[in-house]
Design a protein around this ligand. Structure first.
Ligand code: UFG
Length: 328
Protein backbone atom coordinates (compact mmCIF):
# COMPACT_ATOMS: atom_id res chain seq x y z
CA UNK A 1 0.00 0.00 0.00
CA UNK A 2 1.26 3.46 -0.84
CA UNK A 3 0.09 7.05 -0.37
CA UNK A 4 -0.11 9.36 -3.38
CA UNK A 5 0.99 12.91 -2.52
CA UNK A 6 0.05 15.48 -5.16
CA UNK A 7 2.24 18.57 -4.86
CA UNK A 8 4.77 16.53 -2.88
CA UNK A 9 7.67 18.59 -4.27
CA UNK A 10 6.21 21.80 -2.84
CA UNK A 11 6.42 23.46 0.56
CA UNK A 12 3.79 21.64 2.63
CA UNK A 13 3.76 18.52 0.44
CA UNK A 14 7.48 17.93 0.91
CA UNK A 15 7.04 18.07 4.71
CA UNK A 16 4.22 15.53 4.34
CA UNK A 17 6.51 13.20 2.40
CA UNK A 18 9.06 13.46 5.24
CA UNK A 19 6.34 12.78 7.82
CA UNK A 20 5.14 9.73 5.87
CA UNK A 21 8.70 8.36 5.60
CA UNK A 22 9.30 9.02 9.30
CA UNK A 23 6.08 7.06 10.02
CA UNK A 24 7.21 4.08 7.90
CA UNK A 25 4.72 4.78 5.09
CA UNK A 26 5.42 4.58 1.34
CA UNK A 27 4.82 7.95 -0.37
CA UNK A 28 4.60 8.43 -4.14
CA UNK A 29 4.83 12.04 -5.40
CA UNK A 30 2.88 13.48 -8.33
CA UNK A 31 3.99 17.04 -9.08
CA UNK A 32 4.27 19.10 -12.27
CA UNK A 33 7.16 21.10 -10.75
CA UNK A 34 5.44 24.39 -11.57
CA UNK A 35 6.38 25.61 -8.09
CA UNK A 36 8.00 22.51 -6.59
CA UNK A 37 11.57 21.22 -6.76
CA UNK A 38 13.09 17.83 -7.61
CA UNK A 39 15.54 18.22 -4.72
CA UNK A 40 12.63 18.58 -2.28
CA UNK A 41 11.67 14.93 -2.90
CA UNK A 42 13.86 12.59 -0.83
CA UNK A 43 15.90 9.98 -2.67
CA UNK A 44 14.09 6.70 -3.15
CA UNK A 45 10.63 8.30 -3.25
CA UNK A 46 9.04 7.90 -6.72
CA UNK A 47 8.46 11.30 -8.36
CA UNK A 48 6.08 11.42 -11.33
CA UNK A 49 6.40 14.79 -13.06
CA UNK A 50 2.94 15.23 -14.52
CA UNK A 51 -0.31 17.18 -14.34
CA UNK A 52 -2.41 15.88 -11.43
CA UNK A 53 -5.57 16.67 -13.39
CA UNK A 54 -4.83 13.97 -15.98
CA UNK A 55 -7.25 11.28 -14.78
CA UNK A 56 -5.90 8.57 -17.09
CA UNK A 57 -2.36 9.04 -15.80
CA UNK A 58 -3.58 9.11 -12.19
CA UNK A 59 -5.47 5.85 -12.83
CA UNK A 60 -2.24 4.21 -13.98
CA UNK A 61 -0.37 5.49 -10.92
CA UNK A 62 -3.09 4.23 -8.54
CA UNK A 63 -2.92 0.74 -10.08
CA UNK A 64 0.86 0.60 -10.44
CA UNK A 65 1.69 1.64 -6.86
CA UNK A 66 -1.38 0.10 -5.14
CA UNK A 67 -2.40 3.51 -3.78
CA UNK A 68 -4.80 3.30 -0.81
CA UNK A 69 -4.91 7.02 0.06
CA UNK A 70 -4.45 10.33 -1.73
CA UNK A 71 -3.17 13.44 0.04
CA UNK A 72 -3.89 16.32 -2.29
CA UNK A 73 -1.73 19.45 -1.92
CA UNK A 74 -1.18 20.52 -5.55
CA UNK A 75 -2.76 23.95 -6.02
CA UNK A 76 -2.25 27.57 -6.85
CA UNK A 77 -2.29 29.53 -3.61
CA UNK A 78 -1.83 33.27 -4.14
CA UNK A 79 -5.09 34.97 -3.15
CA UNK A 80 -4.35 38.19 -5.11
CA UNK A 81 -3.56 36.24 -8.30
CA UNK A 82 -6.84 34.38 -7.94
CA UNK A 83 -8.65 37.72 -8.20
CA UNK A 84 -6.91 38.64 -11.47
CA UNK A 85 -6.94 35.08 -12.91
CA UNK A 86 -10.05 33.42 -11.46
CA UNK A 87 -10.53 30.96 -14.32
CA UNK A 88 -6.96 29.70 -13.99
CA UNK A 89 -7.65 29.08 -10.28
CA UNK A 90 -10.95 27.31 -10.97
CA UNK A 91 -9.21 25.17 -13.59
CA UNK A 92 -6.17 24.31 -11.54
CA UNK A 93 -7.71 24.00 -8.08
CA UNK A 94 -11.27 22.92 -8.84
CA UNK A 95 -11.63 21.20 -12.25
CA UNK A 96 -8.44 19.22 -11.87
CA UNK A 97 -9.44 18.16 -8.35
CA UNK A 98 -12.68 16.85 -9.84
CA UNK A 99 -10.66 14.66 -12.20
CA UNK A 100 -8.47 13.48 -9.35
CA UNK A 101 -11.48 12.56 -7.21
CA UNK A 102 -13.04 10.74 -10.17
CA UNK A 103 -9.81 8.76 -10.70
CA UNK A 104 -9.74 7.95 -6.96
CA UNK A 105 -13.30 6.62 -7.05
CA UNK A 106 -12.73 4.63 -10.25
CA UNK A 107 -9.46 3.23 -8.92
CA UNK A 108 -10.96 2.11 -5.60
CA UNK A 109 -9.02 4.61 -3.44
CA UNK A 110 -11.16 5.00 -0.33
CA UNK A 111 -9.24 7.67 1.59
CA UNK A 112 -8.73 11.25 0.48
CA UNK A 113 -7.09 14.08 2.43
CA UNK A 114 -7.57 17.54 1.02
CA UNK A 115 -5.62 20.77 1.59
CA UNK A 116 -8.35 23.27 2.27
CA UNK A 117 -7.94 26.72 3.73
CA UNK A 118 -9.10 29.23 6.31
CA UNK A 119 -10.04 31.33 3.28
CA UNK A 120 -13.32 29.33 3.12
CA UNK A 121 -14.53 31.47 6.06
CA UNK A 122 -13.75 34.85 4.53
CA UNK A 123 -13.92 37.44 7.31
CA UNK A 124 -15.45 35.39 10.14
CA UNK A 125 -15.70 38.10 12.82
CA UNK A 126 -15.85 35.50 15.58
CA UNK A 127 -12.44 34.48 16.91
CA UNK A 128 -11.51 31.70 17.22
CA UNK A 129 -13.54 30.45 14.26
CA UNK A 130 -15.05 26.96 14.44
CA UNK A 131 -15.76 24.66 11.51
CA UNK A 132 -19.48 25.33 11.91
CA UNK A 133 -19.03 29.04 11.14
CA UNK A 134 -20.59 30.42 7.99
CA UNK A 135 -18.61 29.56 4.87
CA UNK A 136 -18.22 32.82 2.96
CA UNK A 137 -14.96 32.93 0.98
CA UNK A 138 -13.98 36.40 -0.21
CA UNK A 139 -11.74 35.34 -3.10
CA UNK A 140 -11.76 32.97 -6.08
CA UNK A 141 -8.98 31.12 -4.25
CA UNK A 142 -11.24 30.43 -1.26
CA UNK A 143 -14.13 29.47 -3.52
CA UNK A 144 -11.93 27.20 -5.65
CA UNK A 145 -11.09 25.26 -2.47
CA UNK A 146 -14.58 25.26 -0.96
CA UNK A 147 -16.01 23.78 -4.15
CA UNK A 148 -13.62 20.85 -3.77
CA UNK A 149 -14.84 20.30 -0.21
CA UNK A 150 -18.38 20.17 -1.61
CA UNK A 151 -17.39 17.75 -4.38
CA UNK A 152 -15.81 15.47 -1.81
CA UNK A 153 -18.94 15.63 0.33
CA UNK A 154 -21.15 14.68 -2.62
CA UNK A 155 -18.76 12.00 -3.89
CA UNK A 156 -18.61 10.56 -0.37
CA UNK A 157 -22.39 10.14 -0.34
CA UNK A 158 -22.50 8.49 -3.76
CA UNK A 159 -19.34 6.40 -3.62
CA UNK A 160 -17.13 4.39 -1.30
CA UNK A 161 -14.86 7.36 -0.51
CA UNK A 162 -14.18 9.05 2.82
CA UNK A 163 -12.24 12.28 3.21
CA UNK A 164 -10.70 14.71 5.64
CA UNK A 165 -10.60 18.36 4.52
CA UNK A 166 -7.95 20.22 6.53
CA UNK A 167 -8.49 23.97 6.61
CA UNK A 168 -5.02 25.45 7.02
CA UNK A 169 -4.51 28.75 8.76
CA UNK A 170 -1.12 30.45 8.21
CA UNK A 171 1.50 27.81 7.55
CA UNK A 172 5.06 28.78 8.47
CA UNK A 173 8.44 27.51 9.64
CA UNK A 174 10.48 24.62 8.31
CA UNK A 175 11.47 21.04 9.06
CA UNK A 176 13.30 21.18 12.43
CA UNK A 177 16.00 18.90 10.96
CA UNK A 178 16.54 21.35 8.09
CA UNK A 179 15.48 18.88 5.38
CA UNK A 180 12.88 21.15 3.76
CA UNK A 181 11.30 24.58 4.00
CA UNK A 182 9.42 27.19 1.99
CA UNK A 183 11.35 27.59 -1.25
CA UNK A 184 8.90 29.29 -3.62
CA UNK A 185 10.60 31.76 -5.95
CA UNK A 186 8.15 34.63 -5.41
CA UNK A 187 7.48 34.98 -1.71
CA UNK A 188 4.22 36.54 -0.57
CA UNK A 189 3.95 35.08 2.94
CA UNK A 190 4.80 37.38 5.84
CA UNK A 191 7.36 35.27 7.71
CA UNK A 192 9.30 34.35 4.57
CA UNK A 193 9.40 37.98 3.47
CA UNK A 194 10.58 39.06 6.93
CA UNK A 195 13.33 36.38 6.79
CA UNK A 196 14.47 37.69 3.40
CA UNK A 197 14.53 41.24 4.76
CA UNK A 198 16.59 40.09 7.77
CA UNK A 199 19.11 38.43 5.45
CA UNK A 200 19.37 41.52 3.25
CA UNK A 201 17.84 39.68 0.27
CA UNK A 202 15.34 42.53 -0.05
CA UNK A 203 15.86 46.14 1.00
CA UNK A 204 13.12 45.98 3.63
CA UNK A 205 9.44 45.19 3.91
CA UNK A 206 6.01 46.73 4.27
CA UNK A 207 3.27 46.33 6.82
CA UNK A 208 0.03 46.19 4.86
CA UNK A 209 -2.39 48.15 7.01
CA UNK A 210 -2.02 49.54 10.54
CA UNK A 211 -5.57 50.81 11.00
CA UNK A 212 -7.39 47.51 11.56
CA UNK A 213 -9.61 47.01 14.60
CA UNK A 214 -6.97 44.84 16.30
CA UNK A 215 -4.88 45.56 19.44
CA UNK A 216 -1.95 47.12 17.51
CA UNK A 217 -3.81 47.96 14.28
CA UNK A 218 -2.08 45.30 12.12
CA UNK A 219 -3.66 42.00 11.01
CA UNK A 220 -3.84 39.01 13.33
CA UNK A 221 -3.10 35.51 12.05
CA UNK A 222 -2.78 32.01 13.54
CA UNK A 223 0.65 30.73 12.43
CA UNK A 224 0.96 26.93 12.38
CA UNK A 225 4.31 25.19 12.05
CA UNK A 226 4.57 23.11 8.88
CA UNK A 227 5.66 19.78 10.47
CA UNK A 228 2.81 20.06 12.99
CA UNK A 229 0.53 20.54 9.99
CA UNK A 230 2.03 17.51 8.21
CA UNK A 231 1.35 15.40 11.32
CA UNK A 232 -2.28 16.49 11.21
CA UNK A 233 -2.43 14.71 7.84
CA UNK A 234 -0.94 11.55 9.37
CA UNK A 235 -3.62 11.73 12.08
CA UNK A 236 -6.24 12.14 9.33
CA UNK A 237 -4.88 9.11 7.51
CA UNK A 238 -5.05 7.01 10.68
CA UNK A 239 -8.61 8.25 11.27
CA UNK A 240 -9.75 7.25 7.78
CA UNK A 241 -8.01 3.86 7.77
CA UNK A 242 -9.64 3.09 11.14
CA UNK A 243 -13.04 3.66 9.52
CA UNK A 244 -13.54 7.24 10.75
CA UNK A 245 -16.17 9.44 9.16
CA UNK A 246 -15.53 12.21 6.67
CA UNK A 247 -14.81 15.50 8.39
CA UNK A 248 -13.51 19.04 7.87
CA UNK A 249 -11.06 20.31 10.51
CA UNK A 250 -9.28 23.60 11.15
CA UNK A 251 -5.50 23.47 11.49
CA UNK A 252 -4.15 26.18 13.77
CA UNK A 253 -3.07 26.84 17.35
CA UNK A 254 -6.13 28.84 18.47
CA UNK A 255 -4.17 32.02 19.15
CA UNK A 256 -2.99 34.79 16.88
CA UNK A 257 -0.04 37.10 16.41
CA UNK A 258 -0.05 40.47 14.68
CA UNK A 259 2.06 41.46 11.71
CA UNK A 260 3.96 43.90 13.96
CA UNK A 261 4.64 41.14 16.53
CA UNK A 262 5.93 38.78 13.83
CA UNK A 263 8.32 41.43 12.49
CA UNK A 264 9.56 42.23 16.01
CA UNK A 265 10.28 38.53 16.63
CA UNK A 266 12.17 38.28 13.31
CA UNK A 267 14.27 41.32 14.25
CA UNK A 268 15.04 39.82 17.66
CA UNK A 269 15.86 36.33 16.35
CA UNK A 270 18.05 37.64 13.50
CA UNK A 271 19.59 40.56 15.38
CA UNK A 272 18.93 42.74 12.30
CA UNK A 273 16.88 45.93 12.46
CA UNK A 274 15.77 45.86 8.79
CA UNK A 275 13.73 48.76 7.36
CA UNK A 276 9.95 48.45 7.70
CA UNK A 277 7.49 50.89 6.12
CA UNK A 278 3.82 51.33 6.87
CA UNK A 279 1.71 50.77 3.76
CA UNK A 280 -1.91 50.71 2.66
CA UNK A 281 -4.08 47.70 3.43
CA UNK A 282 -3.64 44.80 0.99
CA UNK A 283 -6.90 44.08 -0.85
CA UNK A 284 -8.87 41.15 0.51
CA UNK A 285 -7.02 40.75 3.83
CA UNK A 286 -9.31 39.88 6.77
CA UNK A 287 -8.39 41.82 9.94
CA UNK A 288 -8.10 38.72 12.09
CA UNK A 289 -8.46 34.99 11.61
CA UNK A 290 -7.70 32.49 14.36
CA UNK A 291 -8.64 28.81 14.39
CA UNK A 292 -10.63 26.93 16.94
CA UNK A 293 -8.77 23.61 17.05
CA UNK A 294 -11.16 21.77 19.37
CA UNK A 295 -12.38 19.49 16.59
CA UNK A 296 -9.00 18.34 15.25
CA UNK A 297 -7.64 17.66 18.74
CA UNK A 298 -10.71 15.71 19.85
CA UNK A 299 -11.64 13.94 16.59
CA UNK A 300 -8.22 13.26 15.07
CA UNK A 301 -6.13 13.26 18.27
CA UNK A 302 -3.79 15.93 16.88
CA UNK A 303 -1.27 17.30 19.39
CA UNK A 304 0.83 20.30 18.35
CA UNK A 305 4.55 20.12 19.12
CA UNK A 306 5.87 23.45 17.80
CA UNK A 307 3.38 26.00 19.11
CA UNK A 308 6.06 28.66 19.61
CA UNK A 309 6.26 31.61 17.22
CA UNK A 310 9.88 32.41 18.09
CA UNK A 311 10.89 28.87 17.17
CA UNK A 312 8.83 29.02 13.96
CA UNK A 313 10.53 32.28 12.98
CA UNK A 314 13.95 30.80 13.82
CA UNK A 315 13.24 27.79 11.56
CA UNK A 316 12.07 30.03 8.71
CA UNK A 317 15.19 32.18 8.99
CA UNK A 318 17.52 29.16 9.12
CA UNK A 319 15.85 27.69 6.04
CA UNK A 320 15.99 30.99 4.12
CA UNK A 321 19.72 31.20 4.84
CA UNK A 322 20.28 27.61 3.69
CA UNK A 323 18.21 28.20 0.55
CA UNK A 324 20.20 31.30 -0.31
CA UNK A 325 23.49 29.43 0.13
CA UNK A 326 22.17 26.59 -2.03
CA UNK A 327 21.22 28.84 -4.93
CA UNK A 328 24.26 31.16 -4.79
N1 UFG B 1 1.82 41.06 5.23
C1 UFG B 1 2.48 42.26 5.36
N2 UFG B 1 3.60 42.45 4.60
C2 UFG B 1 4.08 41.52 3.74
C3 UFG B 1 3.38 40.29 3.63
C4 UFG B 1 2.25 40.10 4.39
O1 UFG B 1 2.08 43.15 6.12
O2 UFG B 1 5.09 41.78 3.07
C5 UFG B 1 0.63 40.83 6.05
C6 UFG B 1 -0.63 40.59 5.24
O3 UFG B 1 -1.22 41.79 4.83
C7 UFG B 1 -1.45 39.78 6.24
C8 UFG B 1 -0.41 39.01 7.05
O4 UFG B 1 0.82 39.69 6.83
O5 UFG B 1 -2.12 40.66 7.09
C9 UFG B 1 -0.26 37.57 6.60
O6 UFG B 1 -0.11 37.55 5.18
P1 UFG B 1 0.34 36.26 4.38
O7 UFG B 1 0.43 36.64 2.94
O8 UFG B 1 1.54 35.65 5.02
O9 UFG B 1 -0.85 35.24 4.63
P2 UFG B 1 -2.43 35.44 4.40
O10 UFG B 1 -3.03 35.53 5.76
O11 UFG B 1 -2.75 36.51 3.44
O12 UFG B 1 -2.77 34.10 3.65
C10 UFG B 1 -3.02 32.91 4.32
C11 UFG B 1 -2.67 31.75 3.41
C12 UFG B 1 -3.56 31.72 2.21
C13 UFG B 1 -5.00 31.75 2.66
C14 UFG B 1 -5.26 32.94 3.55
C15 UFG B 1 -6.66 32.92 4.09
O13 UFG B 1 -1.33 31.85 3.00
O14 UFG B 1 -3.33 30.55 1.47
O15 UFG B 1 -4.36 32.89 4.66
O16 UFG B 1 -6.95 34.11 4.76
F1 UFG B 1 -5.83 31.84 1.62
Amino acid sequence: MAVLVTGGAGYIGSHMVLALLDAGETPVVLDDLSTGFVWAVPEGVPLIVHDYGDGARVAQIIAHYSIDAIVHFAAKIVVEDSVSEPLAYYDNNTSKSRNLIEAAVAGGVKHFIFSSTAAVYGEPGDEPVSEDARLAPMSPYGRSKLMVEWMLEDAGVAHDLRYVALRYFNVAGADPQGRSGESTAHATHLIKIAAQAALGLRPGMKIFGTDYATPDGSCLRDYIQVSDLARAHLDALRHLRAGGQSIACNCGYAHGASVIEVIDIMKKVSGVDFPVTLAERRAGDPAAIVASNARITSQLGWQPQFDDLTEIVRQALAWERRLHERTN
